[in-house]
Design a protein around this ligand. Structure first.
Ligand code: CU
Length: 68
């Protein structure tokens, strides 16, 4: 199990937060995703045997937001 924080840019409201969280949580192997509008990041707990950080970043990007 891994716990990673990724920066997410371009979120402007709670709707954005929900969109990002939903995109991350849709991935198999993700256990939890806490997205902060204020801190511009997402804290993700996941099973590294099922999903990796680049999959998570890709999902965020595909939902319309920017990552590092
Ligand atoms: Cu928004």
């Amino acid at each position: 199990m891994k716990n990673e924080k990724i920066n997410v840019y371009g979120m402007s409201c709670e709707h954005c937060v929900k969109t990002v969280a939903k995109s991350i949580l849709a991935l198999k192997g993700v256990i939890s995703a806490e997205v902060s509008l204020k801190d511009k990041n997402a804290t993700v707990v996941y099973d590294e045997n099922l999903v990796n950080l680049s999959d998570i970043k890709k999902a965020v990007k595909e939902s319309g937001y920017d990552i590092d």
